[in-house]
Design a protein around this ligand. Structure first.
Ligand SMILES: [Zn+2]
Length: 366
């Protein structure tokens, strides 16, 4: 089954989709001080906060649901810019809206609910994946968002229970969430990709770990990992032709483990979180950036045991001796780098973790 076939089945406009994905990057949500005071009973609390903390010349990724099938077209007419519409599984539309545009759409009687919808797939908020759970980049409307990743991993695990299992192994320190007024630690997600039905026991397989985007602004590896998980798992489906099965047979003897190692640095770009202070850019007080470290401003790249320059301080779970007990873990580890410790603890349970790659990438400053 080719991707074109998948697209042809989708009841959304191909032309509009490509136009919008071509514009990606030009209209991203920016965090900042309150810039507007647009309210509506149709906005979720999160959406209203984000909308009112995004500068006027930027736009918010918005998913609007409608009570009526005519709603999406009415939204297009109301905003005068491109939107992606669908009637399945319900009338909805995705667009990047400014505050006045959101106001205009909220005035439509057909519009029912507005949600903040950052991510690569326009309709993940309503559980609709016509182009795949993680569409390929040219069919994506933005970078993959952390909340979208959580949603997508759950879908993949449900869809391919014999190939993908997802674990939340701990928590990040967490930014303060200004929209909900509370601390907001994020889960540490690890996805195991293997053939869980193969004759070789899980414990006896070779385990290969990929740490993805440990630096939050180096997004290439998390963008890749999510798509590799989906594409390899999908190649186990019966309608896949032989030459698309090149990787899948290796899953009889190997486990590929994708770890999403810095959720704090990933979500820092959303307006609910104070951002960029760790970058120390004086004239950009709230720059709209993913961040290198976690919310405690620790560069966790320095917190993992690694072959090479081993120092006692590089063992977050076992600071003085790799075989020392839990009690010897210094308090700063629990307070500042619980994300790194969670992963170290988790991987100490594996039998055959013999290979690993720490995937970084060029930083993206937008
Ligand atoms: Zn890096």
């Amino acid at each position: 089954m080719s991707n074109d076939d998948r697209f042809d089945d989708a009841p959304i406009s191909r032309r509009r989709f490509f136009q919008l994905s071509g514009a990606t990057g030009a209209a991203l949500a920016l965090p900042g001080n309150a810039t507007a005071a647009t309210t509506s009973g149709k906005f979720t609390e999160e959406y209203e906060y984000v909308l009112n903390h995004t500068p006027a010349d930027h736009a918010v990724p918005t998913l609007v649901q409608f009570d009526d099938a005519d709603g999406p077209a009415a939204m297009e007419a109301a905003v005068g810019t491109e939107v992606i519409t669908t009637t399945e599984p319900e009338p909805a539309a995705y667009g990047k809206l400014t505050s006045p545009q959101a106001r205009a759409v909220a005035d439509l009687p057909e519009a029912s609910t507005f949600q903040f919808a950052p991510g690569s797939n326009p309709f993940w908020r309503i559980g609709y994946y016509p182009l795949g759970v993680f569409p390929e980049p040219r069919r994506s409307v933005d970078y993959i968002g952390f909340e979208q990743l959580k949603d997508g991993l759950e879908v993949l695990e449900r869809r391919y229970p014999d190939r993908i299992r997802v674990k939340n192994v701990g928590r990040s320190p967490g930014h303060y969430n200004n929209a909900t007024d509370r601390e907001d630690p994020k889960g540490m997600y690890v996805a195991e990709l293997t053939n869980f039905d193969s004759e070789t026991d899980f414990e006896d397989k070779e385990n290969v770990f990929f740490s993805c985007s440990l630096h939050g602004l180096e997004m290439a590896s998390r963008e890749t990992a999510a798509r590799v998980l989906e594409n390899v798992a999908r190649s186990s489906e019966k309608d896949v032709i032989d030459d698309e099965e090149k990787i899948e047979p290796y899953l009889d003897d190997a486990v590929v483990i994708m770890g999403f190692t810095n959720p704090d640095g990933w979500v820092a770009r959303n307006p609910q979180y104070d951002s960029s202070w760790q970058l120390n850019i004086d004239d950009v007080p709230f720059a709209p950036l993913h961040e290198r470290g976690n919310a405690e401003v620790f560069d966790t790249n320095r917190q993992y045991p690694i072959v090479g320059y081993l120092r006692p301080s590089h063992f977050p779970a076992q600071p003085n001796d790799p075989k020392s007990s839990e009690e010897e873990t210094p308090s700063f580890v629990h307070e500042k780098v619980p994300d790194a410790k969670a992963l170290v603890d988790f991987f100490s349970t594996y039998e055959n973790l013999n290979y690993g790659a720490d995937l970084h990438g060029g930083p993206t400053f937008n």
